[in-house]
Design a protein around this ligand. Structure first.
Ligand SMILES: Cc1cc2nc3c(=O)[nH]c(=O)nc-3n(C[C@H](O)[C@H](O)[C@H](O)COP(=O)(O)O)c2cc1C
Length: 151
């Protein structure tokens, strides 16, 4: 069974709604052969990353950059996973009050370094998520799941 790992930092109800949507997309019943594993960014380990086949990363923008928890995740897994996760598919969502551009750029730099394969544009959500934002996050989970699941 393929494994979709969702790594998230979720300090508010708005972020929780985005996480729920991504998880729901990952668990889409018509996509066979995928197990969804969800880990808080402060607890996710290199083993979690090595044992997964694709990733969804999500969290807030803080101070113009990725939230520290998400940065900590990447700091923890980067070198242990650098050789063995090349080409794996991923997607990401970011949430902020007004400007998530710096966080997106940081995410792109880090995942380019890891040579992960983006499955979609980073979903950037401001304020309370509307239906389109939730659908976009659902699509992230479903897209990565469909990529790693049974044909
Ligand atoms: C210390 C701190 C820095 C923040 N910096 C940014 C920022 O640079 N850009 C942004 O859009 N939002 C920023 N925010 C807002 C958070 O991204 C936002 O609170 C988080 O996504 C949760 O959103 P919510 O409170 O609307 O649920 C910041 C929040 C805090 C606490």
């Amino acid at each position: 069974m393929a494994r979709l790992l969702i790594v998230h930092h979720t300090p508010s109800p708005n972020l929780h709604a985005l996480l729920d949507a991504a998880r729901s997309g990952g668990n889409e019943p018509s996509i066979a052969g995928v197990e969804v594993v969800v880990r808080a960014a402060l607890t996710a380990s290199p083993v979690d990353v090595l044992e997964a086949d694709g990733y969804v990363i999500g969290g807030p923008a803080n101070l113009g950059y990725l939230a520290g928890a998400v940065k900590h995740f990447f700091d923890t897994v980067y070198y242990p996973c650098l050789e063995d996760t090349v080409g794996r598919p991923f997607a990401a969502y970011l949430h902020g009050n007004d400007d998530t551009a710096g966080a997106r750029r940081a995410l792109e730099v880090i995942t380019t370094g890891l040579r992960w394969r983006p499955m979609a544009e980073v979903v950037e959500v401001k304020g309370e998520p509307d239906g389109a934002a939730l659908e976009a996050c659902w699509n992230l989970g479903a897209t990565v799941a469909a990529t790693i699941g049974e044909p």
